[in-house]
Design a protein around this ligand. Sequence first.
Ligand SMILES: *Cc1c(COP(=O)(O)O)cnc(C)c1O
Length: 233
Amino acid sequence: LAGLDSEIHYAVKANDHLAVLRLFAAGGAGADVVSEGELRRARAAGMPAAHIVFSGVGKTERELRLALAEDIQQINVESAEELEMLSSVAAAMGRVARVALRINPDVDAGTHAKITTGTAENKFGIPYGEALALYAHAATLPGISPVGIALHIGSQILSVAPFRAAYARAADLVHGLRSRNLPIERLDCGGGLGIGYGDEPGAPVAAYAGMLKASLGALGVRLMLEPGRWLVG
Ligand SMILES: *Cc1c(COP(=O)(O)O)cnc(C)c1O
């Protein structure tokens, strides 16, 4: 992808048919799952656990235990409470969870309110201003290995500008983490690329890729992308 150090994780909620998942697995994509059911379907379709990211609000203890038992690639933690729960579950199992903190960059994706997830008024992610402190705390917790930052600002986004604004804030966090000597290997850029319905043009994907390269290409982190709708729509 645009010559970047990057990987694709198909967002399973866009279409969880096993044939679709098998196609993406065969093509080398990983999966972004938001429930035990999606995790099990991705595994059943042949996705290696090492290519699976678990996102989403309200993960249960049982789901976290499954993710740890499968030793999936990464768990995207949505809140301070979830981080504490994951730490105690992982420590009790003698496992270490590779964790990205999902931050809320507080940018408006300019899409429908019901599918906007990146502004401060909605429930998704750790408030931007608390991210550095929580990341530092995560690095001290048993059973937790913080590896990155994640964000996902919404769905059906048809312009590059909201992504650019969010990624600029994420890049600032990466610099902030490095200046505190905290480890940061990955930046999960989320999904949200829109498609054309009827006569509407879809998201300008080449411009998106160019923006990714310009905004994040020199950060020295591996980029993770989680398109859903755009891959199956
Ligand atoms: C829904 C979702 C996606 C995929 O969104 P699309 O708009 O289908 O690209 C990616 N990441 C997370 C965390 C999601 O909730």
